[in-house]
Design a protein around this ligand. Structure first.
Ligand SMILES: O=C[C@H](O)[C@H](O)[C@H](O)COP(=O)(O)O
Length: 221
């Protein structure tokens, strides 16, 4: 069986009747959504907050009722994927470009669960390029700044054109390879004008559900 499927489906078991559920983005959380849709057919009642246009489309197809983030107080549980996770349970997200809404939903959540297969578990973050969402008005200047900082930036291109996020920004991917000091990098990126958000998720996740060799490992913070 697919390890992403095992992890994604397991996370759905944490959902209880009446909850507001944050729905992440990507191929692993897709399995969570499929499972949720079966649970809805069996009588579960929840409302969900989507983190991307692609998740919204899937949720609508699966009959998962959606609500706007601004119309809920607190999200009870958010289930999302990740691109890399280290042993401190920090991670990189945004491979699909959904990092901004994913972070906003995560920080509004009582509990954050990541669902991954074991290929996402790393000793050190950074082999996966770190996505940074930037304001189009200044993208070239931010790109130059990142070059000067030796962060190996590349503007994300999709089908020959600039990749545009759900909130109409560009993504610059940083090919750092080894992020020695994630906390410092987070601070630095947060301080650069024109950077809207970045894919370093530090001290955000509570539990990581890992699918590995057809079974599960669950790691809590
Ligand atoms: O922007 C995309 C998200 O951060 C995804 O959650 C992440 O890329 C993991 O996706 P997948 O489960 O497809 O590997």
């Amino acid at each position: 069986m697919d390890d992403k499927k095992i992890a994604g489906e397991r996370a759905a078991e944490l959902i209880r009747d009446g909850m507001i559920v944050g729905l992440g983005t990507g191929s692993t959380v897709y399995y969570t959504m499929k499972r949720i849709s079966q649970m809805l057919e069996n009588g579960l009642k929840i409302k969900a907050v989507s983190t991307s246009s692609s998740t919204t489309t899937i949720a609508q197809k699966l009959g998962i009722p959606l609500v706007d983030l601004n119309d809920v107080g607190k999200i009870d549980i958010t289930i999302d994927g990740a691109d890399e996770v280290d042993s401190s349970l920090n991670g990189i997200k945004g491979g699909g470009g959904a990092l901004l809404y994913e972070k906003l939903v995560a920080i509004s959540s009582e509990k954050v669960i990541w669902v991954v297969d074991s290929s996402k578990i790393v000793n050190q973050l950074g082999e996966f390029p770190l996505p940074v969402e930037v304001i189009p008005f200044a993208y070239n200047h931010i790109l130059t700044k990142f070059k000067d900082m030796n962060l190996n930036p590349r503007l994300r291109i999709n089908n020959g054109d600039f990749f545009i996020t759900d909130s109409q920004h560009y993504i610059i991917d940083l090919y750092i390879n080894k992020i020695e000091y994630p906390y410092e990098l987070e601070k630095t990126l947060n301080s650069i004008p024109g950077v809207v958000e970045h894919g370093l998720f530090i001290n955000i996740v509570d539990t990581v559900i890992i699918g590995k060799d057809n079974s599960l490992e669950i790691v809590n913070r």
